[in-house]
Design a protein around this ligand. Structure first.
Ligand SMILES: [Zn+2]
Ligand SMILES: [Zn+2]
Length: 311
């Protein structure tokens, strides 16, 4: 008898939440990387499939190996592919150790790998694209940990000036008056590894259009394990979904042992109708069907508008 072939490599999960693609691989305790190409951003980098190399930013939630292991490889591949050096945004307590790690690699490889490590304290922001700010939010895990939100800063005309002609607006501005204010629109938020906490039910999480959330445990008798490891349990999602406006909530960090169909059943039991907003990143089968439906509804929309154009 022939020996068994090795198991197939982990496939990249994919969910289209217009206008964003949420793609990556995430298994609790093993590896997590979640990319939003439209934002040029990876959340965590526990492994580096090819697509992850292309994002110029990594928002690192915390230092557990399953979230950070591929960081040096990411920096190195970007150099190899002649891309601008990657930037890793991390908790201030991690910046020193990560810089030391990269120093270590110089000795291992006998070459320098260009990289940028940027500490971001809870509450601070960094611009990742014009008008798009990556905001660090304090999370509560067994080590210093961050959640993140990408917030668009839109410049809006102040209400009192609405409807005024351009010449008038120019005059008001030339007199030194500020005619605009900044509207902050949370686009995508990422919990990282965390237990339930206040920040998850406050702005910007409440307002974000898409949320990527960990949910490590689903079984009733795993509630204590979630508490000890400082993770979220499906029971917590109930409260979170009540405060989140997000139409699409992507669940990651389920354990390898989690059987997705039974997790889904448990979720529907716990969350009722709200469970329709939830998608498991690693449920390739359902995500493919959903994408095909998105494709065909786009097709019929196109046909509809073409027909209207002819008429
Ligand atoms: Zn983890
Ligand atoms: Zn962790």
């Amino acid at each position: 008898m022939l020996p068994k072939r090795p198991p197939r490599d982990q496939r990249v999960g994919f969910i289209y939440a217009p206008p964003y693609r949420i793609q990556g691989i995430s298994i609790g305790g093993e590896q997590t990387v979640v990319q939003v190409p439209e934002l040029g951003l990876n959340f965590d980098i526990g492994l580096a499939p090819r697509m992850a190399i292309t994002a110029p930013f990594v928002a690192l939630s915390h230092g557990h190996m399953d979230h950070v292991a591929a960081l040096p490889y990411y920096f190195s591949q970007r150099m190899f592919l002649k891309m601008v050096p990657g930037t890793c945004v991390c908790h201030p307590e991690l910046a020193g150790p990560l810089k030391n790690m990269m120093q270590g690699w110089i000795q291992v490889e006998n070459q320098q790998t260009p990289h940028t490590i940027t500490p971001l304290a809870p509450g601070e922001e960094i611009e990742i694209k014009p008008s798009l700010m990556l905001k660090a939010i304090e999370a509560k895990h067994t080590v210093p940990s961050l959640s993140f939100a990408v917030v668009e800063h839109r410049s809006k005309l102040k209400e009192e000036f609405a409807g005024l002609p351009q010449t008038e607006l120019r005059r008001i501005r030339s007199e030194g008056n500020e005619i605009t204010h900044t509207l902050k629109v949370p686009l995508v938020a990422y919990t990282g590894d965390t237990e339930m906490n206040e920040n998850l039910v406050s702005t910007p999480f409440n307002e974000a259009g898409v949320i990527v959330t960990e949910c490590t445990f689903f079984e009733d008798d795993h509630f204590d394990r979630a508490r000890i490891g400082k993770h979220l349990h499906v029971e917590h999602l109930k409260e979170l979904l009540q405060s989140w406006k997000a139409e699409t909530v992507v669940v990651i960090h389920t354990s390898r042992r989690t059987h997705l169909e039974s997790a889904r059943k448990k979720m529907i039991e716990t969350l009722g109708e709200d469970s329709e907003r939830i998608h498991f990143l690693m449920d390739h089968h359902r995500n493919r069907i959903r994408y095909e439906q998105q494709e065909s509804s786009l097709e019929s929309e196109k046909e509809g508008s073409e027909a209207a154009g002819k008429g």
